[in-house]
Design a protein around this ligand. Structure first.
Ligand SMILES: [Zn+2]
Length: 173
């Protein structure tokens, strides 16, 4: 980046930095095996406070029983830990990575305990790919993407809408 451009970016563009702290297992896909989270994987509230103080990141994604992607076993969020991290860092935005596959009740509890940003990737990928596979199966002769894509787009929209309603974010963005 040129010096002039860098100066412009620093002066006029507000960059928000997000960090993940702890060991977040898994990948953004459906994993057939169970994923065991070890106690040492989890983010400790005092370490989170120290990390944010030293790095001054804007958003922190802690490891609180979540994983990337969806595993064979249902995740169990450590709601108390979220609350403790939020109490230690009341001004830091807490982000839940790996929001796919977590039961709705746990998501609501996590929001109450201090989570204010949730990443959902795998569930949206599944909505997209399963609708696309279905559309191609339904119309095997069709070769025009804009003819079979409306249903795929609607499937993704519906999934996003479902999540916005669950998070209490509808009409608040
Ligand atoms: Zn992540």
């Amino acid at each position: 980046m040129s010096g002039i451009l860098y100066g412009f970016v620093r002066r006029y563009i507000c960059i928000s930095v997000e960090a993940e702290l702890g060991f977040l297992r898994g990948e953004s896909k459906i994993q057939k095996e169970k994923i065991e989270i070890k106690p040492e994987d989890l983010t400790k509230p005092d370490e989170a406070a120290y990390f944010v103080e030293k790095t001054r990141v804007d958003r922190l994604a802690p490891v609180v029983g979540n994983i990337h992607g969806i595993s064979a076993n249902e995740p169990e969020l450590d709601i108390d830990r979220i609350r403790q991290i939020h109490e230690a860092l009341p001004k830091t935005i807490l982000v839940l990575h790996g929001g796919s596959g977590i039961p709705d009740g746990q998501i609501k509890e996590a929001i109450k305990a201090g989570i204010s940003n949730i990443h959902v990737n795998t569930e949206i990928r599944i909505a997209y790919t399963s609708a696309l596979r279905q559309a191609l199966r339904d119309r095997p002769e069709e070769t025009t993407p804009y003819k079979f894509f409306p249903g795929v787009i609607a499937a993704v929209e519906n999934k996003v809408k479902e999540k916005l309603l669950l998070f209490g974010s509808a009409n608040r963005l």
